[in-house]
Structures are given as C-alpha cells and as structure tokens.
Design a protein around this ligand. Structure first.
Ligand code: ADP
Ligand code: MG
Length: 289
C-alpha cells in the first residue's frame, strides 16, 4: 500500500552500512512507520548496480517471519529504495554494544530465529553471505529477523554467479570463503559459510567481544585471516554450558564438509532444549541501561 516514494516522510536515521543509509519513515496517509534503505550509485558502477538489483530481487521474493519484510522497492536514476518493516529495537550489534554479553537462554532464542531464517533461505537456494550482528534485527516483540541481502546470491543449478562486489568485513567469513583453494571452497556453494558466521555470532554473544582473536588484539585484516584459517582454539568461558560449547564447535568446524547443517543444528539441544519455558526475548536486553 506504499504507492510512491513521496508517500513517505523521513523521521530519523536508523543506521548506516556498507551500501547505504537506512531511515525511519512515516507513511503519511496511514501514519505507519517503516524503515527505508537507500542505495546510492554515485560511482555508477555496473557491478554495484547488479548487486543492488540482486538484493531487490531477493527481497521481493522472500516471505518468512524470520526475514525482515520488504513492502516496496522504488528506483530512480541514481538510487534504489527499499521500504521495509521497521525493527524497533535495532540490531543485535546495538544490543551487544549496550549489554556486551547475553545469557545463554537469550542467545538460544536468537539462534533459533536465525536458524529458522537460514532454513528458509537455504531451501530457496539463497546464500545470505553476510550473517553478523548488525544484520540481525530485533522488533518490539523480541522477534529476531535476518536483514541485508547486499551480499546474497541465488544458487542456480548448483552454480553461483560471482559476488566480488561485496566490500564488508571478513571477520564473520568462513575459512573456505577466505581461502577457497586450501579449504575446497569451490565445491561448496556457500550454505555452510552462513553456519560458520552464525557460530561466530553465538560465541561473540557469549564472550562479549569478537571471539576469534584476543580481546586486546588489533583486529586488522592479517590477524583476522590468520585466526579464521589457522587458529586452533577459541576462547570459551569456563562456565559455559556443554550444550552451547558443542553447538559452537559444530558451527566453527573449519572443514565445511564436516560442519553442522541447518537441519542438524535446529535439532541441537542448545536450540531445541535450552530454557524453553524461561526463554526471554532479546527485546528486554535491547533497552539501554
Ligand atoms: P548495509 O547493506 O549498508 O549494511 P543494512 O540493511 O545492514 O545496510 O542496514 C544498516 C543498519 O541500519 C542496520 O545495521 C540497522 O542498524 C539499521 N536498519 C536496517 N534495516 C532496518 C530496519 N528494517 N529497521 C530498523 N533498523 C534497520
Ligand atoms: Mg548491513
């Protein structure tokens, strides 16, 4: 029911990412609130346009309670606009900045949502390609949804087209994506890479900082690549339950062939059993203070 861009009025900036700015907007006639993501093509690069068009195609065809919904796409000469559902509590990154760590039952709830979203995407042959805290959004009810398909790709007939437009951090990337020759990335279509990224996110929520390198270490490109591809151990708090430890180990298996799949991990006791009754939405932790 958003017919044209001029139906929307900008209220505030919700966030910035690699590709654009996201505004909180109001639909003038209904007064409903949406999030409007604007991708700008200053450089007029065809590659960036192609990736933006891909993001739009994916957003238009996905429909799941675990994926941030896109209500309308508009384009102009220089910009592409996505009108999306507004996620009132911001991103998991915002929550971690305030809370640093989360209790295991809350991490379990977040993980279950993300796995449900990945299950949906992988069934549709879509690799998200950029699972990280700033791309996991939370609404007032505490639902966690996957956002930002700027690095996503659809696997058609077992093949993927290139995605070298991606310019983000490598911190959440899997070993096979960083070094495909060594880890046999050619044979993977990238589904297992989403699982690796989820493992890094889960561990980050548990330890309170980016978990693959030491807390004080400088997270430069070389340190990250080294930790991801060659690091033998990661920090695990002593009081962490055996369930979350085992879950993280299944995600952070360097060899993607041995890594847990979405289906296996949805049945993992950390996801299927932890605090089912006491499970409390992450929304409560999003409140500042
Ligand atoms: P980019 O591709 O530039 O990374 P994102 O889609 O990840 O853009 O959005 C950047 C940031 O904007 C997010 O990390 C989040 O803080 C905020 N944001 C994005 N979409 C929404 C939304 N639907 N509701 C609320 N905040 C959002
Ligand atoms: Mg993003």
């Amino acid at each position: 029911n958003i017919e044209k861009l001029s139906d929307l009025e900008k209220l505030a900036v919700l966030g910035h990412g690699n590709s654009g700015t996201v505004y909180k907007v109001r639909h003038k006639r209904s007064s409903s609130i949406f999030a409007l993501k604007i991708l700008r093509f200053d450089q007029n690069s065809t590659l960036i346009r192609q990736q933006a068009a891909r993001e739009a195609e994916i957003l238009k065809c996905v429909n799941s309670p675990y994926i941030v919904r896109c209500h309308a796409v508009f384009d102009s000469e220089d910009d592409l606009y996505f009108a999306m559902e507004h996620m009132e509590r911001g991103s998991l990154n915002d929550v971690l900045r305030v809370r640093r760590i989360l209790p295991e039952h809350v991490i379990s709830g977040v993980t279950q949502c993300v796995l449900n979203g990945l299950h949906y995407l992988h069934e549709m042959q879509i690799v998200h390609g950029d699972i990280k805290p700033s791309n996991l959004l939370i609404n007032a009810k505490g639902d966690v949804k996957i956002a930002d398909f700027g690095a996503s790709r659809v696997i058609v007939g077992g093949k993927q087209d290139s995605y070298e437009t991606y310019m983000g951090t490598c911190a959440y990337m899997s070993p096979e994506r960083i070094d495909p020759e060594r880890w046999g990335g050619d044979a993977d279509h990238g589904f297992a890479g989403d699982i690796w990224s989820l493992g890094v996110v889960v561990l980050e929520c548990l330890v309170g900082h980016y978990p693959l390198i030491g807390c004080g270490e400088k997270p430069d490109w070389a340190a990250l690549v080294c930790a991801i591809c060659f690091g033998e151990r990661f920090e695990m708090p002593k009081n962490a339950s055996s369930m979350i430890q085992s879950f993280v180990r299944r995600c952070l298996e360097k060899d993607w062939r041995k890594r847990g799949t979405v289906d296996e991990l949805l049945d993992h006791p950390f996801v299927s059993q932890v605090g089912c009754e006491s499970r409390q939405g992450v929304a409560d932790f999003a409140l500042s203070g």
